[in-house]
Design a protein around this ligand. Structure first.
Ligand SMILES: C[S@@+](CC[C@H](N)C(=O)[O-])C[C@H]1O[C@@H](n2cnc3c(N)ncnc32)[C@H](O)[C@@H]1O
Ligand code: SF4
Length: 438
C-alpha cells in the first residue's frame, strides 16, 4: 500500500491540507439532494443536533484567507442575508425531521459573525431563538474579528446567550498583520480579548495561524509569549494553507516574492507553541488545540457531537450539514443563496448519502484529528476491529514513529499529531484517493 506518510511535502504549494469532513466535498452531487429531502420528510430521530450559522462578511479580505467572504458589504446586504438565514431556518422547521427537536449546540462561523451591527446580530439570534427552543443549548460559540468588537457588542452577545467566544488573532506582530491585509493590529487583539473577559466570557478561544508571510521562529515565540500572558481558555493553532481562491496565491502566481514558511517550519512553530502551552499548564487536546482547564473544557459542537456522527443543521451560503446519514452543502454565492430563499426554496447545492463503510471511515478520520482512537468505541458502534481493518495504515505510521498502540487506545505521537491532516487521506476508501477535496 502506498501511503502519504512516505512523502510529506516540504514547500508550501497551492492545495488543500485541512480536512473537515469525509468523503471529500467534490464527491457530493446535486443528484443526491432528493436523499436529503427524503430524510427531512421522516420523523425526527433521537440524538443530539447542532446548529451552524455561516456569516460570510468581513471588513477586509485577508491575503491568505481560504473562505469565500464578502468584504465591506452594505447594511442592506447584511439585512438581506439575515432575512434569508431566518427564512431558511423556518423552511427546515416545517419538515417532520425537525418537529420537537431541540438544539444542543450552536456555532456562528464565518467570515466574521462580529461584522454585522448590534441591531443585526440581535435580529439574527433573536429570530433563530423565536423559531426554536434553545433550552437545551449547552454551548453557543460566536467567532469574532478583533477590529469589529466593542464592549456593547460583547454585552449584547452575552445577553443573547453566547457562551463561548472565538477571537481571530493569527499572530501578534503588527508588521505581519499589515502585510497579510488585516485591518486590525496587536492592540486591537489584546483589547478585544480584555473586553470579552470584562463582559463576563469565561470560555474564550484564540485562533493563531502558523506560517504567515514573514513569520519567523522568533516572531512566533514572541506571539506565543503574549498570548499566554492573556491566559485564553483555548488556543487553536492552524498551519497556513495556500489555496487557489486566496489573493496570496494570485500574488505568487504573478511572480511576487512572498516569504512563506515551509511545512516543516510551520510544524516547528506549532511544536514550539504546544511546548510553551504545556509549560504554562495547558493540555494538548487535538492536532490544533491547547486547553487551559481540561476538566472544565468541552467542545460540544465538533468534538463531542459532529465528529461522532451527530446531526447538524447548517444555515447560510456554503454551509455544510448532516442529517440522518446524509451530508449536504448549500450554494456558494451570496446572490444564488438569497435569490433561492426569496423564492421560498432550500438553497441546496449538493448532497451525499453515506454508505456504512463511509460512516466508519469518516469517524476514524475525524477522531484521529483529536490524536486518539478508542477501539472499544468503534467495536461497539460499528462492530469493527480497527487494528484488523486498518492494519497496513497503522503499520506504516508505527514504522515512522507517528503512532503508538496501547491496548484499545491508538494514539498519534506528537510528531504524528503535528502533521495529522497529511496522514488522514491514507484512511480514505480507494476510490476517494487523489480526488479533489472541495
Ligand atoms: C472564519 S475565521 C474566524 C476569525 C475571524 N474571521 C478573524 O479572522 O479574525 C477562522 C480561522 O480560519 C483560519 N484560516 C483562515 N485562512 C486560513 C488558511 N489559508 N490556512 C489555515 N487557516 C486559515 C484563521 O486562523 C481564522 O482565524
Ligand atoms: S481570516 Fe477572518 S477576517 Fe480575514 S478574510 Fe478570512 S474570515 Fe475574514
Amino acid at each position: 500500500m502506498k501511503t502519504t506518510v512516505e512523502s510529506p511535502p516540504v514547500k508550501t504549494e497551492v492545495g488543500n491540507y485541512f480536512i473537515s469532513n469525509y468523503p471529500p466535498f467534490s464527491c457530493w452531487q446535486p443528484e443526491e439532494i432528493p436523499k436529503l429531502l427524503h430524510v427531512l420528510s421522516k420523523n425526527a430521530r433521537p440524538g443530539p443536533i447542532g446548529l451552524y450559522v455561516h456569516v460570510p462578511f468581513c471588513r477586509q479580505r485577508c491575503h491568505y484567507c481560504y473562505f469565500r467572504v464578502y468584504p465591506r458589504r452594505s447594511p442592506e446586504d447584511v439585512n438581506l442575508y439575515i432575512d434569508s438565514v431566518l427564512k431558511e431556518f423556518s423552511l427546515y422547521q416545517n419538515y417532520p425531521a425537525f418537529q420537537n427537536r431541540a438544539f444542543s449546540s450552536v456555532y456562528f462561523g464565518g467570515g466574521s459573525p462580529s461584522y454585522p451591527s448590534i441591531e443585526q446580530i440581535r435580529r439574527l439570534l433573536g429570530g433563530l431563538q423565536e423559531r426554536s427552543s434553545w433550552d437545551g443549548v449547552e454551548e453557543c460559540t460566536f467567532e469574532c474579528e478583533p477590529g469589529t468588537v466593542t464592549p456593547e457588542k460583547l454585552q449584547a452577545l452575552k445577553d443573547l446567550g453566547v457562551t463561548r467566544l472565538s477571537i481571530g488573532f493569527q499572530t501578534l506582530n503588527d508588521e505581519i498583520l499589515r502585510r497579510s491585509g488585516r485591518d486590525n493590529r496587536v492592540e486591537d487583539c489584546v483589547r478585544a480579548f480584555q473586553q470579552a473577559r470584562e463582559a463576563g466570557f469565561d470560555e474564550i478561544n484564540v485562533d493563531l495561524l502558523a506560517g504567515m508571510a514573514g513569520e519567523t521562529e522568533a516572531t512566533w515565540r514572541r506571539t506565543m509569549d503574549q498570548v499566554l500572558e492573556l491566559m485564553p481558555d483555548c488556543v487553536t493553532l492552524y498551519q497556513l494553507e495556500l489555496t487557489y481562491n486566496s489573493s496570496l496565491y494570485t500574488s505568487l502566481k504573478a511572480g511576487r516574492e512572498v516569504p512563506l514558511p515551509s511545512w516543516p517550519a510551520k510544524r516547528t512553530m506549532v511544536r514550539e507553541a504546544f511546548r510553551m502551552c504545556e509549560e504554562a499548564g495547558y493540555v494538548i487536546g487535538s492536532g490544533y488545540m491547547a486547553i487551559r482547564n481540561p476538566k472544565r473544557w468541552r467542545f460540544v459542537y465538533t468534538v463531542e457531537h459532529f465528529w461522532h456522527g451527530a446531526d447538524l443543521l447548517a444555515l447560510g451560503e456554503t454551509a455544510f450539514g448532516h442529517l440522518h446519514g446524509v451530508h449536504y452543502q448549500n450554494v456558494d454565492t451570496f446572490e444564488r443563496y438569497t435569490e433561492l430563499l426569496q423564492k421560498g426554496k432550500l438553497p441546496l447545492r449538493r448532497a451525499l448519502r453515506l454508505k456504512p463503510e463511509e460512516k466508519l471511515r469518516r469517524e476514524v478520520i475525524l477522531h484521529l484529528k483529536t490524536g486518539q482512537l478508542d477501539a472499544t468505541y468503534f467495536r461497539d458502534k460499528f462492530g469493527v476491529d480497527l487494528v484488523d481493518r486498518f492494519g497496513p495504515q497503522f503499520e506504516a505510521l508505527l514504522k515512522k514513529c507517528l503512532l503508538e498502540i496501547e491496548g484499545d487506545t491508538i494514539r498519534l505521537t506528537r510528531e504524528g499529531l503535528l502533521q495529522v491532516d497529511w496522514l488522514l487521506p491514507d484512511f480514505y476508501l480507494p476510490w476517494h484517493e487523489g480526488v479533489r477535496y472541495t
